[in-house]
Write a protein that binds this ligand. Structure first.
Ligand code: CP
Ligand code: NVA
Length: 308
């Protein structure tokens, strides 16, 4: 079953095919009304269910528009509106939904829940974010780099600074799958997942973990950050203080390559992980990145449904 649970669910060639399809479909729609269907409407008659155990803006809207443009439809539900919220098991929920729709996108907390859902579902399951990873977002990040740089991501140099979280883990996995260099700069005590790091390094990934923001971004072509307090995490003054030296501001961007790209999956906490000057500045591609969720998701959906 072609589940998209992480960036190692497809092969490297599969990831490449998804990125190429995303670029191709975006280019083919230049100047089109947003609600117009792609000419081939490849998912006509297909339905995607989306189940959210956490809030979402970009993931919800982009998957919904992706299905419309591909000719299909969606059912969207918060877990609290479902029997899932009253204790029906994740596996039983998956068995039932899998009998009715063609694919399911799940946003949840513990990654194991996503895996249990996929195990029990008879249709492809897509990771719409867990505490461990956010693979759909990183596909959009890579697409954004490639369209700005005009070349494939392989061989490029990226830096991630801030909290070692689900975004960091998926970037680490991506760098080892698609062979780009990644330096991760996080405060002591906020490292990314050790298992994800070990697997990526064993795969031949070129990933440096440092505890200094300047060392992380030095000469990088892309600087990425994310919120310091992810959904479900406890906000604390101590954590914010530890993160402050990792803020992406003009001084930190100046240490990256000239014209380095700035990426942020959003939502941003302006004045914390990024300043207004950087997020709204000429090096920021965060708004293209948000739009590219739509285009990348279309290609992920097609891969899951065996249409790539
Ligand atoms: N970047 C992202 O996943 O945004 P949402 O939480 O709004 O879906
Ligand atoms: N790390 C963030 C990403 C939000 C899209 C979170 O999990 O809340």
């Amino acid at each position: 079953m072609p589940h998209f649970l992480d960036l190692s669910s497809p092969t490297a060639a599969g990831l490449r095919a998804i990125l190429d399809e995303a670029h191709r479909r975006k280019a083919a729609r230049t100047g089109w009304a947003r609600g117009r269907m792609d000419c081939d409407a490849p998912l006509a008659g297909h339905t995607l269910a989306m189940v959210f155990e956490k809030p979402s803006t970009r993931t919800r809207f982009s998957f919904d528009m992706a299905m419309r443009q591909l000719g299909g439809s969606t059912i969207v539900s918060g877990a609290g509106d479902m029997q899932l919220g009253r204790g029906e098991s994740i596996a039983d929920t998956a068995r039932v939904i899998g009998r009715m729709v063609d694919a399911v996108m799940l946003r949840t907390g513990v990654h194991d829940k996503l895996e249990q859902f996929a195990e029990a579902a008879s249709v492809p399951v897509i990771n719409g974010l867990t505490d461990l990873s956010h693979p759909c977002q990183v596909m959009a990040d890579i697409m954004t780099f490639e369209e700005r740089a005009g070349r494939p991501v392989t061989g490029s140099s990226w830096a991630y600074v801030g909290d070692g979280n689900n975004m960091t883990n998926s970037l680490i996995e991506a760098s080892s799958m698609l062979k780009f260099d990644l330096r991760v700069g996080v405060p002591h005590g906020f490292d990314p997942d050790a298992g994800v790091m070990a697997t990526a390094c064993a795969r031949g990934g070129c990933i440096d973990l440092v505890h200094n923001a300047a060392a992380a971004v030095e000469g990088a072509e892309v600087v990425v950050t994310d919120t310091w307090v992810s959904m479900g995490q406890r906000d604390s003054k101590e954590k914010i203080a530890a993160m402050m030296p990792f803020q992406v501001n003009a001084a930190l961007m100046a240490k990256a390559a000239p014209d380095a790209l700035f990426l942020h999956c959003l939502p941003a906490h302006r004045g914390e992980e990024v300043t207004d000057a950087v997020l709204d500045g000429p090096q920021s591609a965060a708004w293209d990145e948000a739009e590219n969720r739509l285009h990348a998701q279309k290609a992920i959906l097609l891969w899951c449904m065996g249409k790539l």
